[in-house]
Design a protein. Sequence first.
Length: 334
Amino acid sequence: MSVFVRPGRHRVAVFVRHGVLPMEAGIVHRLFGRARGADGQPLYEVVTCALEAGVVTTDTDLTLNVRHGPEALDDADTVVLPAAEEDYAERPHDPIRPELAAALARVGARARVASVCSAAFVLAAVGLLDGCRVTTHWMSAGSFRAMYPHVELDPDVLYTDNGRVLTSAGVASGTDLCLHMVRTDHGASVANEVARNTVVPPHRDGGQAQYVRLPVPDPERSATARARAWAQEHLHLQPRLADLAERESMSVRTFTRRFREETGLSPGRWIALRRLDLARELLEGTDLPVERVADRAGFGTAVSLRQHMHAELGVSPRAYRRTFRGPGTAPAHP
């Protein structure tokens, strides 16, 4: 279980500023607000706060009537900071506003802090991103590097997780980040149900790079979609790169290049993540022994599965199952 889940309902504070992007604030409320436990009760309490309670302008003709001031940050378990218009101004020498820094100083040392899009600039300005690998909107990458050269920026990924501090890329990647936090806190089944109810994918392949270099891909015209679909259905066969390339009638070199262009990942990395997804699903939803889970997910052996889960999640398969296995799960067919 995530270290950020403590007894009682987890409190999420959405800290908005004038010029906030309404979609980003709404994403947080929608996704955390939809998460339910086995008893059907909400797993999170989500509140909105600002530097002052009252009307907060947005970057549209909408306004937000915010009930809470910065005191709501005092007892928040998770603080999410959406982007605002001011983040896009290129001001490499301007200090952060004192009142904004003072508000963020109220966040507890044990609270999780996350930024959506260019709100990473604010977290960097108050020192929360020091020593972290972070991301922000790819269009702001140059400005971010100029202002915070000591912070490791990865402009290609959809989000980063440094434990206590998380960042996400442009606008809609706030969805990916929130689902990741729900998945970390309560497991893939809860996060998948939230995604299903919201009609969004529970996991997006690749990173921002696919949006920077190419238009949004058309699945009907994708050069590697058939191979990916086949691999997804045959993970237990441990598909080889040569087999996937042959299915698309390409050389291995051409297939690898096109695959990375379309997904943002190498074929090997993509398959490893899909295997891990399947293993997590089997651990959560079946009674299969770890050895069978490893075989079905294409890891071959329980040792290999344990190594991959430790590397990606920091836990063993059995520890993951104890944490995220829902009550009343029906045994799987052998």
